[in-house]
Design a protein around this ligand. Structure first.
Ligand SMILES: O=C(O)CCC(=O)C(=O)O
Length: 259
């Protein structure tokens, strides 16, 4: 939509140069249009923070179905119960949002770490309810429609092994090579990955007593304060028409990168 207005000159019928100087093939122009239309039609420029607890219908319609992140602030009164760490409590805590749907989480994870612990940019096919219990977590988010601008490289899989007081990194030959995102959003290497500059990142800090709903397929990079404790619930996403479009986009991006 708006990108068309930015068009400055056509060097040939196969490529167009935009106002920011970047030249694109017709397929890349389609990716750019997808990202800008998503911004115009559905994405927020910041993650909204709700002070009320939405009803299950409101939450599902406005955030889960729409694939839009949101921070819920109204949970601090429930933290004393959370401190009991009981499975019953956590199952309850699944939050009435997914109640009636019969859904149970695929995983309940506990995250404890200090300021040095950083999770690199990646994405999951889970609907993620991320509850911060103490400290804070800062998420840098990228919407799924920006996939064409997110670089991937192939890396050998590896795991940490403890030997005495030391940790060594050991190659995991069984898993082999895995594609992973080489970009640190805090210090992006735009020389090697100039296309990343087209991503529109959104940063949100989630404080103790707040819950972030992180929709499936959103890229996320996570930093935390010292002594942060958090619990999150992963629910498998719906493998519906949205999922098939995501996979279609992935295949198109792979084709574009090969050519
Ligand atoms: O808390 C973190 O550091 C990572 C969380 C995460 O990546 C996830 O829940 O998918």
């Amino acid at each position: 939509m708006s990108q068309i207005a930015l068009e400055l000159e056509s060097d040939s019928k196969d490529s167009v140069r935009y106002a920011d100087g970047m030249e694109m093939t017709p397929l890349e122009q389609c990716f750019d249009d997808l990202a800008s239309e998503a911004r115009e039609l559905y994405l927020d420029t910041a993650v909204p923070v709700l002070s009320h607890t939405p009803s299950p219908v409101e939450f599902y319609r406005q955030y889960v179905s729409s694939n839009k992140p949101v921070v819920l602030s109204d949970f601090s009164t429930q933290w004393p119960a959370l401190r009991k760490w009981s499975h019953d409590y956590l199952s309850n805590f699944e939050l009435n949002f997914w109640y009636n749907s019969g859904k149970t989480p695929d995983a309940v994870n506990l995250w404890i770490g200090d300021g040095r612990a950083v999770t690199s940019m990646h994405r999951d096919h889970y609907e993620n309810l991320y509850c911060v219990i103490s400290g804070s977590k800062t998420f840098t988010l990228i919407p799924p429609t920006d996939l064409p601008f997110v670089p991937y490289e192939n890396y050998p899989a590896a795991r940490y092994r403890q030997i005495g007081d030391e940790f060594i990194i050991e190659e995991d030959k069984e898993t082999g090579i895995v594609p992973w995102i080489p970009i640190d959003p805090l210090k992006p290497d735009l020389k090697n990955y100039p296309e990343y500059s087209r991503c529109q990142t959104v940063e949100v800090t989630v404080h103790a007593g707040q819950v972030l709903y992180l929709p499936s397929m959103w890229f996320h990079h996570v930093q935390q304060s010292h002594g942060c404790i958090a619990v999150n619930l992963w629910y498998d996403m719906e493998f519906d028409i949205k999922y098939t479009y995501y996979k279609f986009l992935e295949k198109l991006v792979q084709l574009a990168r090969r050519s």
